[in-house]
Design a protein around this ligand. Structure first.
Ligand code: FE2
Length: 334
């Protein structure tokens, strides 16, 4: 394999005939052509295996994995490949959480230092994303991922994740979104009122008493399926997001995750986290709340751009407490 000028941990070839580089990480390799991403690996007993995804689906999933720092727990790109975040290191797997492939012994899981897999994924995302394709945008709001290598879209794939320290709009914290800041109201939310609440704090409490128009804030999101922190109280993270089309990953959380459907509708497919065996379909309408158990994986489908509030308990202790049986993997037991 020819090594080119990537960061030291990244193994990449020179561009092939279609203009894209091949990448490799441990016993996994990644190749893209005009329509597809092909992932190849060696099984635990040494056999060569491969898997194919649509290039657009692959890049949308890769975009989330990179932007979210590998997120909480499992980021399944589809039923075969994905990552598990251990917060210092990350597992990359193929078939390890697919009951049929696991039983057939054709799976592989390898653990990598976070910096190494991040550098490889960032380089692959940048090389494989053409000008005009924005993997964070709704399908109706971007060009195609397909075709031969055609420029790049680095600005769109390196957006800073919006993470409030305390609350959006407070002094020295994440700014409210506005036309001037490049965040116009989305076409789907043209009817959302933009007025801000009146605030009358006592003198000396101006930076403590706070409120903002969350619907207005979300109406101006330029991306989809990208939870941002709008308020943070210790490990309580309010992560509202706008959703359109499908969640580009199948998320298997390592803790219970709460959803509040703030507008419109999302259908969720829920499955066993370890095998992918289907468990439930959940239709959430505006005003509905749900808690996804830590033993499931879930993927949402939003026919119209909708607003979803995701609440995460971000305590780093929770996955281990669940493993030890000291914390529940469901929100409530009856
Ligand atoms: Fe999730």
């Amino acid at each position: 394999m020819t090594i080119t000028t990537e960061p030291a941990q990244v193994r990449a070839t020179a561009p092939h005939a279609l203009g894209y580089k091949d990448f490799s990480l441990g016993a996994f390799s990644f190749h893209r052509d005009e329509y597809f991403a092909h992932v190849r690996w060696t099984t635990r007993d040494g056999r060569p295996m491969s898997h194919t995804l649509d290039a657009g689906d692959f890049l949308r999933a890769l975009m989330r994995d990179v932007a979210w720092g590998f997120f909480y727990g499992w980021v399944n790109f589809d039923d075969v490949i994905g990552t598990v975040n251990h917060y210092q290191s990350v597992d990359l797997y193929a078939g390890s959480f697919n009951g049929t492939m696991k039983e057939a012994g054709i799976d592989r899981l390898e653990n990598f230092p976070t910096d190494q897999i991040r550098a490889t994924f960032e380089a692959m995302l940048d090389d494989w994303t053409n000008a005009g394709f924005d993997p964070f945008a709704a399908p109706q709001e971007t060009g195609s991922a397909h075709g031969r290598k055609n420029g790049s879209n680095t600005a769109k794939i390196t957006r800073a994740r919006e993470l409030a320290k305390r609350c959006v709009g407070l002094k020295d914290d994440l700014n409210l979104r506005s036309d001037e800041r490049g965040a116009p109201v989305n076409r789907a939310f043209a009817d959302v009122p933009q007025a801000q609440p009146e605030l009358h704090p006592e003198p000396g409490f101006e930076n403590e008493v706070h409120a903002f128009n969350l619907f207005g804030f979300l109406s101006r999101s330029q991306v989809t399926w990208n939870p941002s922190f709008t308020s943070v109280v210790k490990y309580s993270f309010m992560c509202p997001t706008t959703e359109e089309h499908k969640l580009p990953i199948i998320h298997g959380n390592d803790r219970v995750e709460w959803f509040f459907q703030m507008s419109d509708e999302i259908v969720w497919n829920c499955a066993d986290k370890n095998t992918g065996k289907p468990m439930a379909r959940v239709l959430m309408k505006a005003g509905d709340m749900a808690a996804m158990p830590a033993y499931c994986r879930h993927q949402g489908f939003s026919p119209k751009r909708s607003m979803l509030l995701v609440w995460e308990n971000g305590s780093p202790k929770i996955p281990e407490l669940i493993r030890q049986g000291k914390a529940p993997d469901v929100a409530v037991s009856f």
